[in-house]
Design a binder for this molecule. Sequence first.
Ligand code: HEC
Length: 94
Amino acid sequence: MMKIMTMMFMMFFVTCGYAEMIRGKQLFDKAQCMACHNSEDFKDKTISKSKTFEQMKEKVSACQINNDAQWFDDDEHDVAMYLNKEYYHFKQKE
Ligand code: HEC
């Protein structure tokens, strides 16, 4: 019974993109992105230059490369998902 419950729980998280988001947050914290950034960089539309999810994801990619975080595409995606849910709130397809 517990196994089924756990599986249903996991499926809920996966289908809603929560698993990616949580993973994204862990990566983001570990890479110490906030050493340079504060939440206003992402949240404040007068400061942020990203107008779409794709643009923001490109910046995530540029920044992680500059800072040698050595993320894969999946990692960038998960971090972009996290930043979007937490700060940007862009509409996105995935
Ligand atoms: C050494 C300082 C520094 C670190 C560390 C850093 N960034 Fe940045 N980041 C910048 C600067 C400077 C810009 C502005 C670049 C621009 O406007 O083209 C920026 C821009 C961005 C943007 C776009 C903000 C916008 O305009 O919407 C995102 C997203 C971002 N960074 C994510 C990250 C992530 C994720 C990490 C961790 C891997 C990270 N940054 C680490 C300096 C840093």
